[in-house]
Design a binder for this molecule. Structure first.
Ligand code: GLY
Length: 357
């Protein structure tokens, strides 16, 4: 099938338009390519699961607070929610039944960042990530070291595996066979490595939340329990600055949800910001990063029968002019949350491919 837009569309469009211009192939997608300087009222953009987060973040930003305070408080709502099985408390565990969380924060005005990977027993990895940024000389702490650091700062350990998540994990264990992430030796031509339905049960729930405060400061956060039933110790893109999150206060911010391995292989979030620096709109930049993943996805086991990725990745972006956008590889669930200082709404996002075509 034909992608919804082609590489030629890309070249034609991106050569013709700059930040703030009306987009030819991507117009008609709700308000996803809005123009004007909106940060006099603040702006918050998040993945589609983030409508409560965008509301909370905007309430904080409108008090005059730093965008980082807003976006972290926003995602804390989901980290604290035991019914959300993709983030924080209640997140689906790794293959051993242990919840391991990844998160990063990035603060545009000071160009600083902090992150934690494979953190166990602490439900708010986004806050620990902020401590890494503010109370160490480092950017990323992982596993036992991250836990020790969190405890040093008074975070309380708790069992994050809810009964609901434990039952889902047991279900997965009992139907394991070809559904784990260990692979036998294989070449990029091999299709059914480890079984032909390996990806069916994978869940990659994550929240990314980006904000501009009343002073024009841009910040972002990404937090997740990562790929469900992952190999213990697996770290995804969310805590990797440049992969699952990137902020440049002079340009804008970008973050991602979906298959983290694809972002790790492409440094996708920094790519989105760099496309915006070159003058692409947030929507264009997101779709161009999706296209780069498609172009680099060479393993047959990660392709459908037409060579398209058999996984999804979504991007969210805003620029310093108050434009925002999102784009995904696949259309299923291609939506995102935006609070523009007046309304807090879910918007449609464009995608490279439509499911079922
Ligand atoms: N994007 C979330 C993850 O792959 O862990």
């Amino acid at each position: 099938m034909k992608p919804i837009f082609t590489r030629r569309d890309f070249l034609r469009t991106t050569a013709a338009v700059g930040v703030g211009s009306t987009l030819l192939p991507f117009s008609g997608y709700g308000k996803s390519a809005t123009t004007s300087s909106r940060y006099t009222k603040g702006l918050v953009v998040a993945s589609a699961n983030g409508l409560r987060a965008t509301q909370k973040a905007m309430e904080i930003i409108q008090t005059g607070a730093d965008a980082l305070d807003g976006v972290i408080a926003g995602v804390n709502i989901l980290e604290d929610d035991p019914d959300d099985m993709t983030i924080g408390l209640g997140g689906l565990p790794n293959a051993d039944g242990v919840v391991e969380l990844d998160a990063s924060v990035m603060h545009g005005p000071t160009h600083r960042a902090g992150a934690v990977g494979a953190l166990q027993n602490i439900k708010n990895p986004s806050i620990v990530a902020r401590y890494v940024m503010e109370r160490t000389d480092h950017v990323l702490l992982v596993a036992e070291g991250a836990l020790k650091f969190a405890k040093m700062h008074g975070f309380k350990e708790e069992n994050l595996l809810t009964e609901k998540a434990r039952k889902e994990w047991v279900k997965w264990k009992e139907s394991l066979s070809n559904q784990d992430d260990y692979l036998p030796p294989h070449s990029i031509e091999d299709k059914d490595v480890g079984g032909d339905s390996r990806n069916v049960m994978h869940t990659y729930g994550t929240i990314n939340c980006l904000g501009i405060d009343l002073h024009g400061g841009i910040s972002g956060v990404t937090t997740t329990s990562g790929m469900a039933y992952k190999v213990p110790g697996r770290v995804g893109d969310s805590p990797i600055i440049g992969a699952g999150l990137f902020v440049d206060n002079e340009v804008g911010a970008a973050g991602s949800t979906g298959r983290g391995e694809a972002n790790l292989l492409n440094c996708s979030s920094v790519m989105v910001v760099e496309y915006m620096r070159q003058g692409k709109s947030p929507t264009e930049a997101c779709l161009m990063a999706c296209q780069r993943i498609v172009d680099h996805n060479k393993e047959r086991r990660l392709q459908d029968e037409r060579g398209r990725p058999n996984f999804d990745v979504k991007f969210y972006a805003l620029n310093k002019n108050g434009e925002y956008g999102s784009g995904s590889i696949w259309s299923s669930g291609a939506k995102f949350a935006v609070h523009d200082g007046r309304t807090n709404e879910i918007h449609d996002a464009p995608s490279l491919y439509k499911a079922g075509e």
